[in-house]
Write a protein that binds this ligand. Sequence first.
Ligand code: ATP
Ligand code: LTN
Length: 334
Amino acid sequence: MTKPRLFSGMQPSADSLQIGNYIGALMQWRGMQDDYDAFFTVVDLHAITVPQDPARLREKTRRTAAQYIAAGVEPSRSTLYVQSQVPAHAELAWILSTITGFGEASRMTQFKDKSQRYGSDQTSVGLFTYPVLMAADILLFQAEAVPVGDDQKQHVELTRNLAERFNSRFGETFTVPKPVIQGETARIYDLQEPTAKMSKSADSQAGVLYLLDDINVTAKKVMRAVTDSEGVVRYDRAEKPGVSNLLTIYAALSGREISSIEDEYAGRGYGDFKKGLRDVIVAEFEPVRARALELLEDTAELDRVLSANADRASEAAEETLSAVYERVGLLRRG
Ligand code: ATP
Ligand code: LTN
């Protein structure tokens, strides 16, 4: 029996991933490898939609791949590779851009947020067509499942629409994928600004818990997390965004119910609660960090693993791409 396909990716937009990437995506990835033929990609072509320093981009690409492995993605079982090493991504993105409506692309909220943040001078056409490249990533592998955080739901929805449109215009070609989004833990917020999504490329690092931060730095950030003046450990997203976010993180990493954590800290202050959370985070991060740093000591070996995996990905991608070229009516080389 062949397993259903899964595709997901992250941008190499920082030296370290953050806890939202870990909880919202990596923990699911790790757990789905048994049941799926999984493709995990470091999406460097997406990262260059905003300005990048070339040498730093290469470094961040390796670091992102190392963190995937350190967090439990197994490159012998799943296909872990760098997007730009498989040209079919860019080729399919072009084809899909020709069936994407300008208005449809204009409605993507991530584009609206990012273009606002970077200003019109720094906003590229590539940033605008970013979701089309993402659709190409997913459709190229005929993926059924796309495990992502809730911020990516709209992009997966666009992907489904493009797949259906292509299929009805040119004949059955693509599998229509489904997002896999983990309820409550789908969105982790910034510890200093608990109404804003935590993001690895945030302007201020004070509220971002990085996987590769020194353990003492992580501990300090947790202890300084914004809470409220009520002093009760209780989940209430609207009234208590800070404490609720910490509870979400605690529950996700410990595998416990939020109510059981609330009970444990009933009648105790935020200090105790934060110490408990700090210990949970440090215990989870420490081995991941150590393993990632170890992998980064031998970049030649890491690069070798990535290229071997890119070969595997290319093979699968070419199959879809040639069917697409055929259907669209492009004259193939004899
Ligand atoms: P950037 O700051 O460069 O936009 P990011 O930290 O937002 O980066 P991405 O590379 O865009 O992360 O996303 C990688 C994966 O992590 C995606 O599946 C995304 O949904 C998930 N993710 C990112 N941030 C969070 C978050 N705060 N909570 C839950 N999941 C998240
Ligand atoms: N846009 C995603 C990263 C990404 C992705 C993908 C995720 C690019 N291609 C394909 C899932 C499937 C992000 O910013 N998190």
